[in-house]
Design a protein around this ligand. Structure first.
Ligand code: C2E
Ligand code: MG
Ligand code: MG
Length: 564
């Protein structure tokens, strides 16, 4: 691919959401972008040619700058909080990153910063280090509780409700274990900036401990409160989809968020914090990377969750008959012919009834029993495939879902080999679907395993594409042949968005698939309108309730060729 022209780079930098500045080593400012102008209040013409010191608030002594220059000279970079003064005289803390950019004949310094807002004055901060977390410079638990108490009494005295969010990073311990604490620390710093970037300036963000954060969230008056806090939580979850950079690597972290409203859900600081914590815990149980609002019934559900978990463990060990498999046909959209099947596991418990795999697959994973689950899946599929009397049309895809955590499990081969043999005997092609979010965090060993599976003729598909955050470089190096466009984007083809935006994401994904030579299939087609829109965008394959629902094995599955 050709690199974009220089003016594209310039446009990118101009409109970048972080303030950027380039200085010579004299040092004199030679470039600033638009965000620089809006944070500092200086126009480009007023600072070009000036020393960066014009921005200084005068708070930091010579030793501070000596250290900064020393680390620039030594490591080529410096990063930290620095207090500067806007043109209107106001001082503010910014998170600043400076990189030395060496050119053959001259050295430049590229600075990138964001306004991280001030909760209290600088002096106050310094005076009360016991109240701040040294790593992120956010208020710590002690201060947060004080602020929360103050906010609760304001809510009581002035009838001024607010929201409280409790955030806990998912699988953060793995990052510390795998990459070491300095990468972990760096990530926590970035996470804190990310959270602050999403909430409003007046909201208070704190680091409570380890990987736990909380935020006091101001609400707009006269607007229903629950949707406000939910929407903010969703914005936070979305912000976490972008990778965090630390230790020279991209890291994908998700966060589980619990929320409460004051005074609806509680009227004391401690009670609110505990309830938000419980709601967060439920978000974890429901599969992580999501938001839960506290409800008293949730506590009972929590018990239910635990009972369900126990039941699953017992059933996996002792009740094979509770597990079954259904198949959802996949279609060639233009001809309407079935060209693939996706196997989906089902579990029906005598007490709980049918349970969604979206729920119990995650439970089996968390209890280390996903292998047993796949055993049941493969057993059920093989029984169905053996019952086929005459071999159907060749060339069909036969897809199963596997959990990313299983890929390096030595026992997986023992399950897949007989299944794939049977699939090939029927003249079909086996395919493994792996969810995008998981694929992004695979180890090198897991990639090796996927590569060798691909080399043995197994197709690899990225499931729920668009819900994780695939970097282009990554996509290029993955051993995948198929991307499955998540049904969320397909549902957007309907009327939730302005007409011109409806098919943008899908067009972009299809173009991406094209560039990387991947096959694309759309999931969750529920209406004729969606199917036609996909056809118009030249999306060749699809599946969804409109075309055919997942169903038990039957002789019509492959001849469903829809006339719709
Ligand atoms: P998935 O692999 O993305 O599967 C597609 C899900 O969307 C299925 O839900 C399917 O029933 C549903 N679906 C299909 N068409 C439509 C539609 O038009 N509209 C809507 N709203 N939904 C549609 P299901 O079977 O509940 O599975 C949920 C998830 O559970 C799967 O998502 C997959 O990630 C996981 N899963 C299912 N079976 C297995 C399995 O055998 N092993 C593993 N590891 N995971 C599985
Ligand atoms: Mg799937
Ligand atoms: Mg999917």
């Amino acid at each position: 691919m050709d690199l974009p022209a220089e003016d594209h780079f310039r446009a990118l930098v101009e409109s970048h959401p972080r303030a950027m500045m380039l200085a010579t080593d004299e040092p004199r400012i030679i470039y600033v972008n638009r965000m620089f102008e809006s944070i500092t209040g200086y126009r480009e013409a007023e600072v070009i040619g000036e020393k960066p010191a014009v921005l200084s608030a005068g708070f930091h002594g010579p030793a501070f700058y000596r250290d900064m220059w020393a680390s620039l000279a030594e490591d080529g970079r410096w990063e930290g909080v620095i207090w500067n003064r806007r043109k209107n005289g106001e001082t503010y803390p910014q998170w600043l990153m400076i990189h030395r950019v060496g050119q053959p004949d001259q050295t430049f310094y590229a600075g990138m910063f964001m306004d991280i807002g001030a909760l209290t004055s600088f002096e106050e901060r310094l005076a009360s280090m016991a109240y701040y977390d040294a790593l992120t410079e956010l208020p710590n638990r002690t201060l947060f509780l004080e602020l929360l108490e103050m906010r609760v009494s304001r809510s009581r005295d002035h009838d001024d409700p607010f929201g409280l969010l409790f955030l806990d990073l998912d699988y953060f311990k793995d990052i510390n274990d795998l990459f070491g604490h300095s990468v972990g620390d760096e990530l926590l710093r970035q996470v804190s900036l990310c959270i602050q970037g999403v909430v409003r300036k007046d909201d208070v963000v704190a680091r409570l401990s380890g990987d736990e954060f909380a935020a006091i969230v101001e609400l707009a008056p006269g607007v229903p409160q629950e949707p406000q806090i939910r929407q903010l939580a969703i914005r936070l979850l979305n912000a976490f989809r972008a990778p965090f950079l630390a230790g020279g690597n991209e890291h994908f972290i998700s966060v589980s968020v619990g929320g409460v409203l004051c005074p609806v859900d509680g009227t004391s600081a401690l009670d609110l914090l505990q309830k938000a914590d419980k709601a967060m815990y439920l978000a974890k149980q429901e599969g992580r990377g999501r938001f839960c609002h506290y409800q008293a019934e949730l506590l009972n559900d929590q018990d239910e969750g635990q009972r369900l978990m126990k039941a699953l463990v017992t059933s996996l060990k002792t009740a094979p008959r509770e597990f079954s498999v259904v198949y959802q046909p996949q279609f060639d959209l233009a001809t309407g012919r079935v060209d693939g099947l996706e196997a989906l596991i089902r579990w029906a418990h005598p007490e709980f009834g049918p349970v969604s795999p979206a729920r119990f697959v995650a439970m089996a994973e968390s209890r280390g029993m996903i292998h047993q689950l796949t055993e049941h899946l493969v057993r059920c599929i093989l029984r169905d495939l053996w019952s086929l009397e005459k071999p159907p049309e060749p060339g069909l895809r036969f897809a199963i879902n596997v959990s990313a955590r299983q890929i390096t499990d030595a026992r997986l081969d023992g399950l897949l080999t007989p299944l794939f043999e049977q699939i090939r005997r029927l003249g079909w092609e086996p395919e493994l679907e792996i969810t995008e979010t998981h694929l992004m965090n695979l180890s090198e060993e897991a990639f090796e395993r996927l590569r060798s599976l691909r080399d043995e003729g197994v197709r690899i598909a990225i499931d729920d594409f668009g819900t994780g955050y695939s970097s282009l470089a990554y996509l290029h190096s993955l051993p995948v042949q198929t991307i499955k466009i998540d049904r969320h984007f397909v549902s957007c083809l309907e009327d939730t968005l302005p007409v011109e935006d409806r098919d943008r994401v899908i067009s972009a994904i299809l173009a991406l698939a094209d560039v990387f030579g991947l096959e694309a299939i759309a999931e969750g087609i529920e209406t004729l309108q969606q199917k036609n829109a996909l056809l118009a965008l030249a999306c060749k394959r699809g599946q969804g309730y409109f075309l055919a629902r997942p169903q038990p094995w039957n002789s019509d599955l492959l001849t469903l060729n829809q006339q719709r």
